[in-house]
Design a protein around this ligand. Structure first.
Ligand code: BGC
Length: 254
């Protein structure tokens, strides 16, 4: 039995490492998928969407824009008649020591990671309330919704914000049977970590912080998303699921 039969599921940042895995798993579980990408990635997104064995809508939108996110949700409803699950997956990070970070870095990171999550949760929840029957909001945050990361203050603040976004919305949207949960990946082998994967010393440092001793695979994040979107997770809300090989439980070794 397919676990997401007929559900309309929107994924932002869908052609990134985790985004692709999410779309593939959702499609394989019977969902109809909205593949979001930046306008500059439209060609790549269309190529990717053609490989999915599911009804698909590709929609280019800068998710840090309220107007573009609203237009994307409207296009979803126009195409598929409803929206059942929205996944805030788009994310960026800019490394900069706090004393050197610029206003532009800060606004970019907060815009894509946190403003976008607020905008999509709101636009999606409004539609879910209108159509009735509940819905699911899933945010791909990070272990850094909890643990600090030197040189990544804007990123950590955005993810910490996503943590409280999920908790607040879980309470506020509960009367509408809309559940809200986060998935917090640790170090996953995706393009966002390419520089670390390519540098043996950096890779060794990263691995030393992961009890399971390896980077995660995008599919290992997607399987939790399938669960959270499925009937099986009907009583789960306001939680964060860590998919991090134990990274949040660093061992002190001295
Ligand atoms: C970041 C990665 C980092 C990982 C673990 C993720 O949220 O995007 O750059 O390797 O957290 O620290």
């Amino acid at each position: 039995m397919q676990r997401l039969e007929g559900r309309v599921m929107l994924v932002t940042g869908a052609i990134g490492g985790i985004g692709r895995a999410l779309c593939k798993r959702f499609a394989n579980e019977g969902a109809r998928v909205v593949v979001n990408c930046l306008p500059s990635d439209l060609g790549e997104a269309e190529k990717f969407a053609a490989e999915l064995d599911a009804p698909v809508l590709v929609f280019a939108a800068d998710v840090s824009s309220f107007a573009e996110v609203s237009a994307m949700v409207a296009a979803t409803v126009e195409r598929f008649g409803r929206l059942d699950v929205a996944v805030n997956n788009a994310g960026i990070e800019i490394r900069a020591p706090f004393l050197d970070a610029t206003e532009d870095d800060w606004r970019k990171v907060l815009g894509v990671n946190l403003d976008a999550a607020f905008f999509l949760c709101q636009a999606a929840a409004r539609q879910m309330v209108k159509q009735g029957g509940g819905g699911r909001l899933i945010n791909i945050s990070s272990v850094h919704e909890d643990i600090p990361f030197e040189g990544f203050t804007s990123y950590c603040v955005s993810k910490g914000g996503m943590r409280m976004l999920a908790r607040n919305l879980a309470v506020e949207l509960a009367p509408h049977c809309i559940t809200v949960n986060n998935i917090a990946p640790g170090a996953i082998a995706t393009p966002i970590n390419q520089a670390v994967l390519d540098d043996p010393q950096e890779q060794k440092n990263a691995l030393s912080e992961i009890p399971l001793g390896r980077f995660g695979r995008p599919n290992e994040v997607a399987s939790v998303a399938v669960f959270l979107a499925s009937e099986e997770a009907s009583y789960v809300t306001g939680s964060t699921y860590f998919v991090d090989g134990g990274m949040t439980h660093q061992v002190t070794r001295y």
